[in-house]
Design a protein around this ligand. Structure first.
Ligand code: SAM
Length: 237
């Protein structure tokens, strides 16, 4: 492993705004870490944490936690927060599927999913962060009426998410097919991550969706979205 990477892993243990693994502060993030009652907002698959850091700067009344499994990426977000003295943010290095071990029921007010991997292979579709599998997980810590927000460049993930939401009984609160068609419609949608910049440079459209989860427990199942069904049919012709 590169020396730089090893140094960053060592730094992560020293950064006071980075946590690793299950259990830390579960049910008590506001009291024990942030020391205020501000709503807790997660950015899942946060990568280098650009979105969460920017949101935290703009909304000091909220508390933010960026979650990702890649330590080298988390390092960048955490270092930026330290250098910029952003106090209302922490980073958690953990697999998203294990988050119920880190947050208690109703502890989270809002979830951002920023450019999660679309997992293009249909056999992988339960790895998509808006699959019934993951929506069921979010129900275990998102408070009733809490919002899940998705930003993606992927037509497949966007369509899959709309259909997953419908099948799981989620209510779509807002849908924007092309975020930059109406510039500055909402300033917080204009924040750009590393991956978003790459997609924009490649000329791709950015999609946005906002939904709330149902009160009844979401069943876990796999399905093919309409784009996957169409592609599968074309292959057999
Ligand atoms: C395409 S990158 C996007 C990063 C960032 N949001 C951005 O827009 O620049 C996807 C990120 O999701 C993380 N990721 C994917 N699946 C995950 C999982 N199950 N648990 C935790 N992190 C995951 C990866 O480590 C990666 O950093």
């Amino acid at each position: 492993m590169a020396k730089n990477k090893l140094q960053r892993y060592a730094d992560l243990r020293l950064f006071t705004n980075v946590f690793e693994g299950a259990g830390v502060h579960r049910g008590a993030w506001s009291r024990d870490y942030f020391k205020n009652d501000g709503p807790l907002v997660l950015e899942l698959a946060c990568g280098k944490g650009e979105y969460a850091n920017d949101l935290a700067r703009r909304s000091p009344e909220n508390n933010y936690i960026g979650v990702d499994i890649k330590g080298a990426r988390i390092w960048k977000g955490a270092k930026c927060a330290i250098d910029s003295e952003i106090k209302n943010i922490a980073f958690l290095r953990q697999y998203i599927q294990f988050l119920p071990q880190s947050f208690s029921r109703g502890e989270i007010a809002e979830i951002w999913l920023t450019f999660p991997d679309p997992f293009l292979k249909q056999s992988d579709n339960n790895k998509r962060l808006t699959s019934p599998f993951f929506l069921n997980i979010y129900q275990k810590f998102l408070r009733p009426g809490g919002i899940v927000r998705l930003k993606t460049d992927s037509d497949l993930l966007f369509t899959y998410t709309i259909e997953s939401a419908a099948r799981c009984g989620c209510a779509i609160r807002r849908r924007i097919d092309d975020v930059y068609a109406a510039p500055a419609e909402d300033p917080i949608l204009m924040i750009q991550t590393y991956f978003e910049k790459k997609h924009l440079d490649a000329g791709r459209k950015i999609h946005y969706l906002e939904m709330s989860l149902p009160e009844t427990e979401i069943k876990v199942f796999k399905f093919r979205c309409s784009l996957e069904t169409r592609d599968a049919a074309e292959k057999t012709i």
